[in-house]
Design a protein around this ligand. Structure first.
Ligand SMILES: C[S@@+](CC[C@H](N)C(=O)[O-])C[C@H]1O[C@@H](n2cnc3c(N)ncnc32)[C@H](O)[C@@H]1O
Length: 236
């Protein structure tokens, strides 16, 4: 079910779990206790979860986790919290974390909206990635899109001062929508200047979602913001 009948909240995903491969099932059974974090109500102690204090990124809607995996192996000095609702993808990600001997990724398999609502302390992250969020192209589905003002109300307080949000999509109309939402959000500063897309960050890994888009001749749009709380007008 993608609508929460109890709260009336419209979800940004539809859970089609599909079958777990035996590798994914094995990884979920054996590695969740090493790298997985259960959804729970009390706020997380991220230093405890990662067993250190290091620059930290939240990677939202990771799919099979390609970006988190590549970033974690290229930047062992940083920590990555990888979140998706999709269990098979979580299983693949856990398997690869173990195979690649990575120790700087933790994984959550739950709705990021609920995680950000209660489980993450403010000013936890230096960066947030939202790469190729589900585009929900039909007009009647636009309300399912992840990035809107209420989502930013949850995400932005979790960023440290000068913390960055990096977004990418191959859907022009979604890119324009996300830019309009983020450009007008108090405290978020568009690194390319309001109304402009950013160049593709050299470090952003190529994933199958981007490849699929470019194979369809879609242009890819990057958006990069940083948080400047001094730019938030004082409430009178
Ligand atoms: C199109 S995939 C992109 C995967 C990846 N970021 C990439 O660039 O390859 C979008 C992912 O977002 C996940 N997703 C959508 N809404 C979510 C939510 N509220 N909480 C967690 N994951 C979500 C979906 O399950 C899906 O795996």
């Amino acid at each position: 079910m993608s609508d929460n009948r109890a709260t009336g909240r419209i979800r940004s995903y539809v859970l089609r779990q599909g079958r777990l491969t035996s590798g994914q099932a094995h990884a979920l059974k054996n590695y969740w206790s090493k790298f997985g974090i259960d959804h729970q109500v009390p706020p997380l102690d991220l230093d405890k979860e990662f067993e250190r204090r290091a620059p930290r990124t939240i990677d939202i809607g990771v799919g099979m986790g390609d970006t988190s995996l590549k970033m974690a192996s290229c930047f062992p000095e940083n920590d990555y919290l990888a979140i998706d609702v999709h269990q098979p993808g979580t299983g693949s990600l856990l398997r690869q974390i173990e195979e690649k001997h990575l120790r700087n990724i933790r994984v959550m398999c739950h709705d990021v909206v609920e995680i950000l609502s209660g489980q993450i302390p403010n000013q936890s992250f230096d960066q947030a990635f939202i790469f190729f969020p589900d585009p929900w192209p039909k007009k009647r589905h636009h309300k399912r899109r992840l990035i809107n003002n209420s989502f930013l109300n949850l995400l932005v307080p979790k960023l440290k001062e000068n913390g960055c949000v990096h977004i990418a999509t191959d859907w022009q109309e979604l890119a324009e929508h996300m830019m309009a939402v983020c450009d007008s959000y108090s405290g978020l500063i568009n690194m390319a200047g309001a109304g402009h897309f950013s160049p593709r960050p050299h470090w952003r890994p190529l994933t199958k979602f981007e490849k699929r888009g470019t194979n369809l001749s879609h242009q890819v749009f990057d958006l990069s913001y940083f948080l400047n709380s001094k730019a938030i007008p004082e409430k009178s």
